[in-house]
Design a protein around this ligand. Structure first.
Ligand SMILES: [Zn+2]
Ligand SMILES: [Zn+2]
Length: 274
């Protein structure tokens, strides 16, 4: 198996990321205080992500503004699966409030079927619309997540999917101090601890089925492969580098995705549908 090298497009990705942070700062969104009942808390302890029970309120007008900002940032820095054309941006601009509200609701729940329907209606590629809605809903979900996590003990979450939104982790980090494994959700930016041994997707603990490869040039990257469910998990070992931003690392290590896919593995999925 050939060791991949890091994508060269790193400065564009970094700029895209900075622009997303600016968009988030612009977001004058205060999540109303979230009240978590003991019933919701108990369901959560049993493995039901919070978003299945409670959702942030997202106003169409604000979501519309963020979606357009994200689309323009994608046009400028070209980080995603394909670049939104002027025509696509104008279609998003012209969408009415009802349409945007429906798209916002689908985006918050990461409802692929609904986003697919919207992609067809707007005549935009599904991959592109997913990329745009993921990046537009993230700031809303992040604020919601920080509100919710202040009221929960994250150490009690042992599942391989996100405790807030139920999405599958896209990456993991091994922490600098103790090499603890943390899984990362790119939808709401939540990170949670998961056992070092085992596959978070199929929960196999069979060490004969789980292996990893490492890049010689970039020692901080590990690509974990599970032969039980044929999924892969990109991981940054922070004992080999400084603390990283996993959002950027995910985009910057697309060569690992290509390598894993060419070897017959897929991005791990164990999503809990909320
Ligand atoms: Zn999440
Ligand atoms: Zn597995």
């Amino acid at each position: 198996m050939q060791v991949p090298v890091k994508d060269s497009n790193v400065s564009n990705l970094a700029n895209f990321h900075l622009e997303l942070l600016e968009i988030k700062d612009k977001l004058n969104f205060v999540s109303p205080s979230v009240d978590i009942s003991s019933e919701v808390k108990n369901k959560w302890l049993e493995g039901t992500p919070i978003l299945a029970e409670l959702q942030p309120i997202v106003e169409a007008e604000l979501f519309h503004e963020i979606l357009l900002d994200v689309a323009r940032a994608c046009q400028k820095w070209q980080p995603g699966p394909n670049v939104p054309s002027k025509d696509i941006i104008s279609k998003i601009e012209k969408s009415n409030e009802k349409e945007i509200q429906s798209l916002a609701n689908a985006a918050i729940k990461n409802s692929r079927n609904d986003i697919k329907k919207w992609a067809k209606k707007l005549e935009i590629s599904k991959d592109l619309l997913e990329f745009l809605t993921l990046n537009s809903s993230r700031p809303f979900l992040q604020i919601f997540a920080s509100e919710v996590l202040a009221k929960l003990d994250l150490n009690k979450w042992t599942k391989g999917y996100c405790p807030i939104c139920g999405s599958s982790p896209v990456m993991a980090r091994l922490t600098k101090d103790k090499g603890v494994r943390k899984l990362y959700c790119s939808c709401c930016e939540t990170e949670w601890r998961y056992s070092r041994i085992g596959c978070p997707f199929c929960e196999s603990k069979d060490s004969a089925k789980i292996s990893f490869i490492r890049s010689e040039d970039y020692k901080q990257y590990r690509l974990y492969l599970c032969d039980e469910c044929k999924s892969y998990l990109k991981t940054v070992d922070e004992r080999e580098c400084s603390e990283t931003d996993l959002f950027c690392e995910d985009l910057a290590t697309m060569e690992f995705d290509r390598l894993a896919i060419s070897e017959g593995y897929q991005r791990g999925s164990n999503r809990y549908y909320v």
